[in-house]
Design a protein around this ligand. Structure first.
Ligand code: GLU
Length: 315
């Protein structure tokens, strides 16, 4: 008997959930539910000031409103520092980690990437500091910590995007594991959490595909197994325009004033090719229809008319 499939949805509540997030949630959920698997919810609120409590609450109630029922307790990354500490220590004790005294701007490379962001390749500035130099610098400034990556290529076999290969040394280079303010970085937390939760399948937005080789490398260093990956294409409106996170007009809060949950789910299901036309449907009713191979490989379009009932955009 094959082991149960474990999937997860892992939103960062630094803004309101938008249709792109919801589509990821829906596909991750249906993919495991259609095979009798478990689906977990993990709130990626590592950077607490960017993810204030009202946004976290809104995210939870939006998912509830649409009918998602998660397995097990909801995990909050902000409460899991000791798990990340242990993983960090393992990497540091084996000599893979070094302190870096880089500027604030460079630290932004530690955050989850977004499509369109410039990729910052760390030039290894602080790799060769001596222990004495490190001690001296530490008196003036707390360091961030980076993982030293070898000059190897890592290949992702993605169930939607196909084969994706990246050279670690070229993109992103030595990456941040812990910021100078002590906050653990996205890659470390995601890898630690997925492994501890026994996640076997990661379905998420294609903006994270380029970060996946770094995560696979971390899994290999730590002896964790690599889940199956599927990075779903970007969701655009019926005119092909991108739905940005900051666009309040398409947040779930405004969608839920214009539509019933079944109408929103139906629009997402139609854009994912699960149903031929937009019609109201529940998550339960979509489970038997789920087939990842029906998902278009290019940008996914919301049905015509879906954004018509929403407030007019101001930008
Ligand atoms: N927290 C990330 C986001 O909201 C997703 C991370 C992941 O699924 O691995 O974009």
């Amino acid at each position: 008997m094959s082991p149960p499939v474990v999937g997860r949805f892992a939103p960062t509540p630094s803004g309101f959930l938008h249709p792109g997030n919801l589509l990821c949630a829906m596909i991750a959920y249906l993919s495991v539910r259609s095979r009798g698997g478990r689906c977990l919810l993990r709130i990626e609120d590592l950077d607490k000031p960017r993810c204030p409590a009202p946004l976290v609450r809104q995210c939870l109630s939006d998912l509830d409103f649409l009918g998602f029922r998660w397995d097990g307790p909801v995990l909050f990354q902000s409460e899991r520092t000791s798990v990340y500490e242990a993983v960090f220590r393992r990497l540091r004790d084996r000599g893979h980690v070094y302190p870096c005294f880089c500027s604030r701007a460079q630290l932004h490379a530690a955050q989850a990437p977004n499509r369109g962001d410039t990729v910052y390749v760390y030039p290894g500035t602080f790799l060769a500091l001596t222990p004495v130099e490190i001690r001296q610098r530490m008196q003036a400034k707390a360091p961030a910590y980076r993982l030293h990556v070898p000059d190897i290529s890592i290949t992702v076999q993605d169930r939607i995007q196909g084969t994706f290969t990246a050279s670690l040394a070229q993109s992103p280079g030595d990456f941040i594991l812990r910021r100078s303010d002590g906050v653990f970085a996205y890659h470390l937390a995601v890898v630690a959490d997925d492994a501890e939760s026994g996640v076997t399948e990661v379905i998420r937005g294609c903006d994270i595909l380029s970060a996946t080789p770094s995560q696979i490398y971390l899994q290999q260093l730590l002896g964790f197994s690599t889940p199956v990956y599927a990075h779903i294409p970007l969701l655009v409106d019926s005119g092909g325009r991108r739905l940005a996170k900051r666009d309040q007009a398409v947040s779930l809060s405004s969608l839920s004033k214009a539509y019933r949950p079944e109408e929103i789910l139906g629009a997402l299901a139609a854009s994912a090719g699960l149903i031929p036309e937009w019609r109201p449907c529940t998550l339960e009713s979509l489970i038997p229809l789920f087939d990842l191979s029906h998902l278009p490989r290019t940008d996914l379009r919301l049905p015509d008319g879906f954004t018509d009932r929403l407030p007019v955009r101001t930008s």
